[in-house]
Design a protein around this ligand. Structure first.
Ligand code: PLP
Length: 390
């Protein structure tokens, strides 16, 4: 195959568009919260496939579910009924409190579906999103994504009636709503922008404003879903019910799948939306197994407890009093370490010590490890972080 990591780097450069900036390691296999590279070095992974690998790498329940389903039926199309899809829809409705599901293959696709659905249901085409928001890279989802560096070379984007308002300011949403507003779209915690947690009461207030003004509320739980924040979904912290919710990332434990969930009556009708692969039997079998593992291993509670343990330990060990660390914030195992300067150097130092961490919005270390990570592994991560603070 490849004789060395260098050969992989070279061919990647020659044959692939250079859309990703990656450290010079080649990951080959994983188990639980650790991954191994192609020369046998093992890392504790606090990136977790970007909040995807909640149940850990190669969980046997998920692996077996995929194997068994692959031997029966991988794909048939949505022209026919299949059992895993309907079973997953019922399951998702049960854990989320939403009524109806549309399946797709990624986060951005679920946001696309949500924007289309909101337009069709309200007959309006303007949206309100938050400064700092991240909802995906397709033209529609990019239209509600704030960051200039993701947008500028593609402008004008698909949706031109998008207003961005300050995150964590409900009144700003009230002021921005006009007669053409279809929906407000928000992340309950901003992930990509550096784990920004809004004040208590914010989402509830936004919900009330949307109700009052007759505007739909879309919650993007793509990153926060499936136990990441210590609840099945982050919306539970405020008891807020959105009209539409988007999920993906951890849903399939690494198998690509996304879903848009909505309340009764907020629905597409026949032929109004579709996806060839969306909710195919293999993806749904993986997602069903992933949810089963989260339930059986009580990973939602575990995320809550380990998140608390992580934060307490960090404070005890004094990383937070270091000059380079501005703030540590988190909910469950979705933790951000905000630095006073760019975190590139820290990411490299941690890698040398066999810990994978990732940097969001230049100065924030994002820690979203598999929820199966152990206390001992967390202790090791914290001691490495302390060594790497510079
Ligand atoms: C990752 C992410 C997306 C985009 O998901 P993709 O699967 O990469 O398209 C959208 N919204 C949020 C909040 C995300 O974290």
């Amino acid at each position: 195959m490849f004789s060395s990591p260098e050969e992989v780097f070279e061919k990647e450069k020659k044959y692939m568009m250079q859309t990703y900036k990656r450290p010079r390691i080649v990951l080959r296999e994983g188990k639980g919260a650790t991954v191994k590279d192609s020369v046998g070095r093992e890392y504790i992974d606090c990136v977790g496939g970007i909040a995807v690998n909640a149940v850990g790498y190669c969980h046997p329940v998920v692996v077996n579910a995929i194997k068994e389903q692959a031997e029966k039926l991988m794909h048939t199309s949505n022209l026919y009924y299949t059992e895993p899809q309907v079973e997953l829809a019922e399951k998702l409705s049960g854990i989320s409190g939403m009524d109806k599901v549309f399946f797709c293959n990624s986060g951005a696709e679920s946001v696309e579906a949500a924007l289309k659905l909101a337009s069709k249901v309200t007959g309006k085409h303007n949206f309100i999103a938050a400064e700092g928001s991240f909802h995906g890279r397709t033209l529609g989802s990019l239209s509600v994504t704030f960051e200039t560096k993701f947008r500028s070379v593609f402008e004008p984007l698909l949706l031109n009636g998008v207003k961005f308002v300050r995150y964590n300011d409900a009144e700003a949403i009230r002021e921005a709503i006009d007669v053409d507003t279809a929906a407000v779209i928000l992340e309950p915690i901003q992930g990509e922008t550096g784990i920004i947690i809004p004040s208590e009461g914010y989402l509830k207030e936004v919900r009330e404003i949307c109700e009052e003004k007759g505007v739909l509320l879309i919650l993007d739980e793509i990153q926060t879903g499936f136990g990441r924040t210590g609840r099945w979904f982050c919306k539970e912290y405020e008891g807020v019910e959105p009209d539409i919710m988007t999920v993906a990332k951890a849903l399939g434990a690494g198998f690509p799948i996304g879903a848009m969930l909505a309340k009764e009556g907020v629905e597409f009708q026949t032929s109004e939306h579709a996806s060839t692969f969306g909710g195919n039997p293999l993806a749904c079998a993986a997602a069903l197994a992933s949810i089963k593992v989260i339930e059986e291993e009580r990973l939602v509670e575990r995320s809550r407890e380990l998140g608390r343990y992580f934060m307490e330990k960090v404070h005890e060990d004094g990383i937070d009093s270091n000059l380079t660390v501005k703030e540590i914030r988190g909910r469950g195992l979705m933790i951000g370490l905000a630095l006073m300067k760019p975190c590139g150097e820290m990411v490299e130092k941690a890698l040398e010590r066999r810990i994978l961490i990732n940097c969001t919005s230049d100065t924030v270390i994002r820690l979203v490890p598999p929820l199966v990570i152990s206390k001992e592994q967390i202790d090791r991560v914290i001691s490495v972080l302390r060594e790497c603070v510079y």
